[in-house]
Design a protein around this ligand. Structure first.
Ligand code: CTP
Ligand code: MG
Length: 227
């Protein structure tokens, strides 16, 4: 089953503290952004990628895409102040009736098998997201005083990709915009429709490059995979 992937890349990487968009940081031999794009470049089921970028980074990113031989990027659209707006810009740029994935540019280690399962589940069910079971004991607290402990067996830590039939994602995105609702992932805006979202069990190594420690983990993982 074919799909198109929307890739928000218009962040500023403030928690990484590099002083510029973290997606330009090199992991072993290539920028983080390129590692992520290569996953989809090398997946025969991926028909195209649409990236949202900061206007001032458009030229550098399009050069980088050409330099590393990435051929499936169909469009660079202008991102927004919030991640959800950057994704909405991609949705508007790509009317479709197929399967759409949304994937953070900052998650270069996503596995093909997880993508395949997400696409298959979204095709049948309409909405599927990647996640892993939480490993730690989870508590709620008021300030730093424990209120209680949440049954861990009900908790998932959610990642991207998140996969949808286009019309489901489009309706969710339009409604969120009309209501002024801002979510931290696409699933949140789809959940608001009352539409069931399915979790596909992913891998713990699908980490988002967010802080400095993530880069260390990323380098080790990349070297390990190449052995
Ligand atoms: N993103 C985006 N537009 C925004 C904010 C984020 O396209 N306005 C993208 C980022 O480029 C990243 C993905 O969304 O690929 C996940 O966001 P996150 O990891 O939070 O990246 P940043 O927002 O760049 O980092 P930070 O929150 O630390 O500033
Ligand atoms: Mg952010």
């Amino acid at each position: 089953k074919k799909y198109t992937v929307l890739i928000p890349a218009a962040g500023s990487g403030s928690r990484m503290g590099a002083g510029f968009n973290k997606l330009f940081l090199e992991l072993v031999d290539k920028p983080i952004l390129i590692h992520t794009l290569e996953v989809f470049e090398n997946d025969p089921s991926c028909e195209g990628m649409i990236l949202s970028v900061k206007e001032e980074e458009r030229l550098d990113i399009s050069r980088m895409i050409a330099q590393f031989g990435i051929t499936k990027v169909k469009m660079l659209v202008e991102g927004g102040a919030e991640r959800q707006q950057s994704v909405a810009a991609c949705i508007h740029a790509h009317p479709s009736n197929g399967i759409i994935l949304v994937h953070d540019a900052a998650r270069p280690f996503i596995r093909h098998e997880v993508i395949r399962q997400l696409v298959e589940t979204a095709d049948v069910q309409g909405a599927a997201i990647a996640g892993v079971r939480v490993k730690d004991t989870m508590k709620t607290a008021s300030d730093t005083i424990v209120e209680g402990t949440i049954d861990r067996s009900t908790l998932w830590s959610i990642q991207t990709p998140q996969a949808f039939r286009y019309e489901v994602l489009k309706e969710a995105s339009d409604k969120a915009e009309a209501d002024g609702f801002l979510g931290t992932d696409e699933s949140m805006i789809v959940e608001r429709l009352g539409f069931p979202v399915h979790i596909v069990e992913s891998a713990y190594d699908n980490v988002k490059m967010t802080t400095k420690e993530d880069l260390l983990f990323g380098e080790v993982l990349l070297k390990h995979r190449r052995q």
